[in-house]
Design a protein around this ligand. Structure first.
Ligand SMILES: Nc1ncnc2c1ncn2[C@@H]1O[C@H](COP(=O)(O)OP(=O)(O)OP(=O)(O)O)[C@@H](O)[C@H]1O
Ligand SMILES: [Mg+2]
Length: 265
């Protein structure tokens, strides 16, 4: 079974789409095949990876419809550089899907069902989730094997992460997920080590996470080059390969590669 990684957080703008797109690129460039699925009606994955809007409504919304028969609407990503990374785009049609999910007998399990009935061939499937903890993140949760939580380094981050973890554990029980998805860890993003407040928050966060038995990844620094790169639809690694923030993805890539190796045994 492939690794299915949901990138989730209950805070807007914490870097979910940025991290999702970068991990798709990095795992893809180390030889694995990757499908990046956008569950956000805003369709940010398309924006951040240089794709035009979905053509003929070929998006995740079509996958969630009852007449879906396995024709996954994949589009190639960064095809000048990689051969094995695709996206399944999000769009406003997903808003209608939310209403239908609520009424559907298998609503919370619909994405998991699609992946069971019509498996994607990719080694890694990444779900980029919207910030609200509604039906869309729930279908990602029930379809995932692993979770990653990006957070901004702010005074309310630890509290927010605690509430998100509570929501996870509650949802795992309610959805009767067996096995439960593994929480890879919390990834602090947009970290500025010149700011005392950021250093303090990070220092306090580490023991709090240890108490909860949750791994804290080393932070990804704040750099406006992320915005510049995403404006061109590129990961930082293609836009500024020597930028020091590029190396900061290594621990999370290593953790994912280990999960991929374990999954292939
Ligand atoms: N490390 C970083 N340094 C500077 N800017 C960043 C960094 N990571 C992300 N950004 C920028 O912050 C903004 C929010 O990032 P992103 O869209 O990835 O967050 P998100 O969690 O997906 O947001 P949403 O909740 O709206 O889906 C974007 O403009 C992005 O370019
Ligand atoms: Mg996003």
């Amino acid at each position: 079974m492939p690794i299915r990684l949901a990138i989730l957080s209950n805070a807007g703008g914490s870097g979910k789409t940025t991290i999702a797109a970068h991990l798709a690129y990095l795992i893809g460039s180390s030889g694995y095949s990757v499908a990046l699925i956008d569950l956000d009606p805003q369709g940010s994955v398309s924006l951040f990876s240089g794709l035009p809007r979905p053509q003929n409504h070929r998006s995740l919304a079509t996958v969630l419809q009852d007449d879906f028969v396995g024709d996954w609407p994949t589009v190639d990503l960064w095809q000048d550089h990689l051969e094995n990374v695709v996206a399944i785009q999000g769009e406003m049609g997903l808003v209608k899907s939310i209403n239908e999910l609520v009424l559907h007998e298998r609503g919370a399990y619909l994405l998991a069902d699609r992946l069971t009935d019509f498996p994607l061939p990719h080694d890694l499937i990444i779900f980029d989730c919207p910030a609200t903890l509604g039906p869309l993140p729930l279908i990602a949760l029930s379809a995932s094997t692993h979770l990653l939580i990006p957070i901004q380094v702010e005074p309310k981050s630890a509290d927010g992460a605690g509430k998100l973890l509570e929501w996870f554990y509650h949802s795992f029980r309610r959805l009767r997920l067996k096995p439960e998805p593994r929480i890879l860890g919390i990834l602090p993003n947009q970290y500025d080590r010149r700011l005392a407040i950021h250093r303090n928050i990070l220092e306090q966060l580490t023991p709090q996470l240890e108490q909860l038995n949750i791994h804290g990844f080393p932070p990804i620094r704040f750099s406006s080059e992320f915005k510049n790169a995403s404006a061109l639809g590129l990961p930082l690694h293609l836009y500024r390969p020597r930028h020091p923030a590029c190396q900061e993805f290594n621990p999370i890539v290593a953790s994912l590669r280990q999960a991929l190796t374990e999954a292939s045994k």
